[in-house]
Design a protein around this ligand. Structure first.
Ligand code: SF4
Length: 221
């Protein structure tokens, strides 16, 4: 029997974050998450009963093929937590094999080791104190990241920014480090001031483009 996956939604939009921010991407959002971050903006896709469609590998390949035919070169697997889907590596390999740039948005609470070498790039969150989820972070993942990957520190407070600095100094991941403000919780300007006073020249501030282009609560964009 063909393997199936729980797809919460799919759509084409721009990448709002990461190294290809601003480029068109196909988003495949999978249902279910093993965390419950305090400020989650996709909580609807996280629970056991999250609305989803059951799709096969060939369904996903067809969606990607259609997007590629429309000139889309990036596909982002997101959630929820996409790496919780059984046999998701097969999807990653299939999409990479189609010549797409495959990016995995993962929450830092799933070991990356089983997924290394499949051709996808990772944007891995490190959950900071304001999320209430820091205790679930799999810090051994840091050693598996490469320059094409990204670590994203979502910051809701000054304490979070200082903790991001501490974590980066401790684990020294070999990839870009992004600070991303929780919309409505901390002003980007405050993060810049902290970056200056704390000499955080190895970080980049990034704003979630979607929150500025569309309604901050809009789905499917
Ligand atoms: S890991 Fe992401 S999807 Fe899961 S609860 Fe946290 S913010 Fe939401």
């Amino acid at each position: 029997m063909e393997q199936t996956y729980k797809l919460a939604e799919h759509f084409i939009s721009i990448n709002g974050e990461g190294q290809c921010a601003g480029e068109l991407a196909l988003f495949l959002r999978f249902a279910g998450c093993n965390l419950r971050c305090d400020w989650c903006d996709t909580a609807w896709a996280c629970g056991k009963d999250a609305p989803h469609t059951v799709v096969s590998l060939s369904d996903l390949a067809k969606i990607a093929e259609d997007a590629a035919a429309d000139g889309v070169r990036n596909v982002t697997l997101t959630g929820g937590e996409p790496l919780l889907q059984e046999n998701i590596r097969t999807v990653m390999e299939q999409l990479c094999g189609m010549g797409l740039r495959v990016e995995i948005e993962t929450n830092g609470a799933v070991p990356l080791e089983p997924f290394i070498g499949c051709g996808a790039v990772f944007t891995m969150d490190y959950k900071l104190p304001s999320s209430n989820m820091e205790r679930f972070m799999q810090t051994e993942n840091f050693a598996l990241l490469h320059p094409q990957d990204t670590v994203k520190f979502v910051c809701g407070s000054k304490e979070d920014v200082l903790r991001a600095k501490e974590i980066a100094a401790q684990y020294k991941p070999e990839c870009p480090l992004y600070l991303s403000p929780v919309f409505g919780r901390i002003e980007p300007a405050e993060i810049v001031e902290i970056m200056k006073s704390e000499r955080m020249g190895n970080f980049r501030l990034q704003l979630q483009l979607h929150k500025f282009i569309w309604d901050p609560m809009a789905r499917g964009v």
